[in-house]
Write a protein that binds this ligand. Sequence first.
Ligand SMILES: Nc1nc2c(c(=O)[nH]1)N[C@H]1C(S)=C(S)[C@@H](COP(=O)(O)OP(=O)(O)OC[C@H]3O[C@@H](n4cnc5c(=O)[nH]c(N)nc54)[C@H](O)[C@@H]3O)O[C@H]1N2
Ligand SMILES: Nc1nc2c(c(=O)[nH]1)N[C@H]1C(S)=C(S)[C@@H](COP(=O)(O)OP(=O)(O)OC[C@H]3O[C@@H](n4cnc5c(=O)[nH]c(N)nc54)[C@H](O)[C@@H]3O)O[C@H]1N2
Ligand code: SF4
Ligand SMILES: [Mo]
Length: 681
Amino acid sequence: MTIHTEKEGIFTSVCSLDCPDQCGLLIHKKEGKIIKVEGDPNHPVTQGNICNKVRNMAERLYDPKRLTHPLKRTGPKGSLQFEEISWDDALQIITDKWKDLIKTQGPESILPYSFYGNMGRVAAEGMDRRFFSRLGASRLEQTVCQAAGKEGYRYTMGGGFGTDPEETSEAKLIILWGINAVSTNMHQVILARKAKKHGAKIIVIDVHKNQTGKMADWFIPIKPGTDSALALGMMHILFAEHMVDEKFLETYTIGHEQLRTHVKKYTPEVVSSITGVSVDDLYQLAREYGQSTPSFIRIGNGLQHHDNGGMNVRAISCLPALTGQWLHKGGGALKSNSGFLAFNTAAMQRPDLLANKQTRSINMNLIGEALVQKDKPIRSMYVYGSNPAVIAPNSNLVKKGLEREDLFLVVHDLFLTETAQFADIILPSTSSYENTDFYTSYWHHYIHLHEPVIEPYGESRSNHHVFQQLAHYMGYTEDLFKDSEEDLITSALENTKNEYMKEINFERLKENRFMKADVRPLLPGKLKTPSGKIELYSELMEKDGLNPLPTYNPIVEEGDAPFLFVPAPNHNFLNSTFSNNDKHIKLEKQPKLHLHNKDAQAYQIEDGDPVKIFNDRGECELTAAVGENVLPGVVVSQGLWADEPGKKQLVNTLTPDRVADMGGGATFFSGRVYIEKVISN
Ligand SMILES: Nc1nc2c(c(=O)[nH]1)N[C@H]1C(S)=C(S)[C@@H](COP(=O)(O)OP(=O)(O)OC[C@H]3O[C@@H](n4cnc5c(=O)[nH]c(N)nc54)[C@H](O)[C@@H]3O)O[C@H]1N2
Ligand SMILES: Nc1nc2c(c(=O)[nH]1)N[C@H]1C(S)=C(S)[C@@H](COP(=O)(O)OP(=O)(O)OC[C@H]3O[C@@H](n4cnc5c(=O)[nH]c(N)nc54)[C@H](O)[C@@H]3O)O[C@H]1N2
Ligand code: SF4
Ligand SMILES: [Mo]
C-alpha cells in the first residue's frame, strides 16, 4: 500500500489506542511531519470529537525519548547501559539465541508477551501468531483486560453482541455501570447526553464518584465486587412487583422460572447489606429500570476486574431480558460488541502452523509467577505492544522475573519502557501512523483501513516487518511469512462466516476507508448460545463448574488489611501509555489516593498529605485526596504512573495475581491494603 508521500496535507487516519471509541482522525502534515491531530468530522460515530490524549499525539510521536535504533545491553540488567546496534546484528543475536534455546531447552522455553498497545489487527495478532506457532513457543492467554466479563456476558448472550451504541441516544434510561465513561468511552457520554436532551435519565453505579459519577443525574455508590448482588436485588423486585415482560421471557429466554425462584433469597435487605446501597435506593433503582423503555446498560470493565468479575457481568447481562429491552431500539446492554466484526482469524493467524505441537499456555495475569518458576523455566521472553513491568499485577514479582540474568528478554516498543529497561535487546517500533493495518472497534460497528501517513521514524520497524525478518533469520522458508499487510487483511476479510460482514472485503474497504457491519436487531433471531435464546439458566456454566444461575459470590478475603484498593485508569494516560509525557503528567498533577473523610480522620490524614499504602506484596506512596467520593473502607487511585527512581507510585505492586472466576481474568480491584500517614522528618 502507498505511504502518503506528500509532505503537506490533511490525511485520514484512525486512533490505534486500546479504547472502545476507535475515533476517526485527520492528520495534518507539514514538511513530512505530523503537526496536528484532530477528529474526523465525517466519521459517523465519533463525528470529529477526540480526547485530549490524542490531540497531543504529535508530541509523543516526535518525543526525543523515542527509540530510533536497536539497542543491546552492555551492563548488568536494569543498569540502563545500552549500545546502538544494526538491525542485522539484533536479528542475528535474537535468532542465534532462540535456535540454541530450541535445541537445548525446547521451543516452549520462549514466551511471546503482547497486548493491544496498538489495536491494529495486523500489528497485534497477525504475523506474530504465524511466527510463534511455527516456532512452537509457549502461548500467552491474553487475559489482562476483559477476559472474565467477556465470558460472563457470553454465557447469557452467546458472545460479544450488544446494543448498537449509535442507537443509545434513543434510550430513556441509561445506566453507566462500572465504567468511567467520561475518561474511557467519551462518545458514549456524548450519546447519553443526547438522550438526556430527549428526557433520558443517566444513572452511574461505581465505587468512585469520579468525573462520570459527577455528571450523572443519580450516582449510586457501591461496595467493590458486589454488583452481582445489586443486579440480583433488582431482579427480585422486578419479579415481585410484576415489572417483567412475561411474553418476552417466554419467547426469547430459557430459565426464567428457575431465576424467578432463585432471586427470592436476594431480598432488598440482604442486598443492601452486601452492596451498601440502601433499601430505598434499591427499590427506586429497580422501579426506574422496570418502568423505563428503552433502557440501556453500558457495562464497564471496572466491575469485572474482581475475583467474581465474570459473575458480575453475567448477572447484569440478564437484566435487559427481564423487561424485554432487546426488542426496543436503543435498549439492551453492551459489554463488548466485538462479535459483530469477527473476522477470519484462522486465515490471518494460521493456527494450523501449531500442527500437533502440545505447547503450554501461560496466563498473562500470572506472568510474575511464570517468570520465577523453576520447573520448565521461561528462558526468553519477547515483549511487544505491552508494558508488563507496570501493567501486570503483583509487579514486584514481575520485576523479580525480569531481573533474572538467565532470562533473554527482547522488547519491541516505541520507548524505553520500564519493561525495556531489563531487556537484552531493544527494538524500535513504528507508531500506528506509520503502518498499514485494519481496525475493528469493540464498541461501535465500524471497521477501518489504515494507510501509513508518515515514514517510519528513525530506523523503527513495524511488528509485521520484524516478524517477517525474524522468520527469515530463523530459516522459515514458507511463503506465508512473506505475505504483506495487504495479504493478511485480505485473508482476514475473506470467508469470515460472519453474517454481519458479508458486504465487507479488502477492495470495498480500501474504497470506503471505513464500513459499518451489517447489524440488525439481535432479536427476533437466534443467538449464539447453545439454546439460541438468552440463557438466564446456563447449562454451559454448569458444565464449566459454575452456578448456572447468576449468583453473588463474595470476593476473596485476603487477610485483615482494612481497605479495599481500587487502582483504576486515569483521564490523561492510556494504561501506561503517555505516563512518560510531560504534558499528560502535568494535567494529572500527581498520583492521588481517594479516601473517605471518616477514614482520613481516623488516621489523622488531611487532604494533600502523603500516605503510604501497603500489603504483603508491596507498598506505594500517594497523595491523599480526602472527601466523600468513595465509601468508607475503600481507597481508589487513578492511573498507571511511570516507575521512577525515588518514587513509589507503581500501584500494581499491591494488586493480587489471583485469577477471576471466569476466563482467567485479572483481579486488579480485589486487593486489600493498610494505610499509614507518611511523617516527613
Ligand atoms: N483515559 C483512558 N481511557 C481508557 C483507558 C485509560 O487507561 N485511560 N484504558 C482503556 C482500556 S484498556 C480499557 S479496558 C477501558 C477501561 O475503561 P472502563 O470500562 O471505564 O473500566 P475502568 O476504568 O477499569 O473502571 C471503570 C470504573 O469501575 C469502577 N469500579 C471498580 N470496581 C468496581 C466495582 O466493583 N463495581 C462498580 N460498579 N464499579 C467499580 C472504577 O471506580 C471505575 O470508575 O478504557 C480504555 N480507555
Ligand atoms: N492497576 C491496574 N492495572 C491494569 C489496569 C487497571 O485498570 N489497573 N488495566 C488493565 C488493562 S484493562 C489493560 S488493557 C492493560 C494494558 O496494558 P498494556 O497493553 O501493556 O498497555 P500500555 O501500558 O499502554 O502499553 C502498551 C505498549 O505498547 C507500545 N506500542 C504501541 N504501539 C506499538 C506497536 O505498534 N508495536 C509495538 N511493538 N509496541 C507498541 C506502547 O509504546 C506501550 O509501551 O493494563 C492492565 N493493567
Ligand atoms: S484514545 Fe479513545 S477517545 Fe481518544 S482519540 Fe483514541 S479512540 Fe478516540
Ligand atoms: Mo483494557
